[in-house]
Design a protein around this ligand. Structure first.
Ligand code: NAP
Length: 300
């Protein structure tokens, strides 16, 4: 299996859920530079202890000048999501201008991995693949789509092999759609309507591992890959599994049209071909997430 080794690798968003774990996995065999604001100083300290060189930069206002530009690989794992509607200028700065600035600054790299999102498909009301046309809705989704276009442009302009990963729904004890469903059920509520009727769910650790395995497939023009569970799950199935794990009765899902229309789920034919199908089963993800919740609420 191809893997990144003996490279100088820059990770933007190194304190984040994915960025941090990428640094951790890459550090033993590579020279890793991790950049973020590091609002959590402990994350920076932990990276330093792994041998990662860190830089505190606010991408909305500061440039890359302090960072050596002679990197081999660039991972862009940053986005501005919550607050995008209220602060479109920040969404533009982080989701569109940052990837442009990063690809210009590190233009000599051998490869770029750009973290995008399934949100670029908008709300298709069905299951999509990479062959489906994007239809972004709202500031977040539009700026992420614009970010992809910028990355595609610089990929061709500088002839830099590039991989655009459209992540959908990573999950672990800290975050994700399974946790949101469990929290809703614990409150006696149904999962919110925006979840649609089918959703993907991939274990966070598998998402990180697949990001690294996918990286050597970067190419010119940029490759776009959906990265999530190889198939979506009916929301009812997740509700049943979560309810069983939490020891509560599964509520019946309302059959409202709005829920159907809000479905955003994916198949992953490119991922499956290059990396094989995802293998951590939904049941295992649910168990892990729910055990964290039971511990949190003192019910373990
Ligand atoms: N995890 C998923 O399931 C999922 C799903 C869809 C898309 N994605 C995409 O994958 C990427 C990483 O996701 P994630 O879950 O790891 O996100 P995350 O945990 O929110 O991490 C975001 C990172 O960006 C940094 N950052 C944010 N604003 C910054 C700024 N102004 N200046 C410098 N650093 C900044 C944060 O660090 P500081 O706050 O310390 O600066 C953090 O390191 C994002 O592009 C996200 O949209 C992830």
């Amino acid at each position: 299996m191809l893997r990144l080794k003996n490279k100088r690798i820059v990770v933007l968003g190194a304190s984040g859920r994915i960025g941090f774990d990428l640094c951790q996995k890459l550090a033993p065999e590579n020279e890793v530079i991790g950049i973020a604001r590091f609002r959590d100083a402990q994350r920076e300290q932990a990276l330093r202890e792994m041998g990662v060189e860190t830089f505190q930069i606010d991408f909305a206002t500061e440039d890359f000048d302090p960072v050596p530009d002679d990197a081999d690989w660039l991972f862009i794992q940053v986005a501005y999501q919550h607050g995008a509607e209220q602060h479109p200028e920040l969404a533009e700065a982080i989701n569109v201008h940052l990837p442009a600035r990063a690809m210009m600054y590190f233009r000599g790299v051998q490869g770029v991995v750009f973290a995008s999102t399934g949100n670029v498909y908008g709300l298709p009301g069905r299951v999509v693949t990479e062959k489906d046309r994007e239809a972004p809705i709202g500031v977040y989704s539009l700026t992420r789509y614009a970010g992809e276009q910028v990355v595609k442009f610089f990929c061709r302009e500088f002839n830099v092999p590039t991989l655009i990963l459209r992540y959908f729904y990573g999950n672990d004890e800290r975050y994700g759609i399974v946790k949101k469903i469990a929290e809703a059920l614990l409150k006696g509520e149904l999962p919110p309507v925006w979840m649609g009727t089918q959703v993907n769910a991939i274990a966070h650790e598998e998402l990180v591992e697949r990001t690294l395995r996918a990286a050597p497939h970067a190419r010119v023009p940029a490759m776009v890959m959906n990265l999530t569970s190889s198939k979506p799950y009916p929301l009812e199935k997740i509700i049943d599994l979560v309810a069983e794990e939490l020891g509560i009765e599964a509520p019946a899902l309302d059959r409202i049209e709005e829920r159907e229309q809000m479905t955003l789920a994916a198949y992953t034919p490119i991922q499956d071909r290059l990396l094989g199908q995802t293998h951590i089963p939904l049941g295992q993800i649910v168990k892990k997430v729910c055990s964290g919740l039971r511990t949190d609420s003192g019910r373990a």
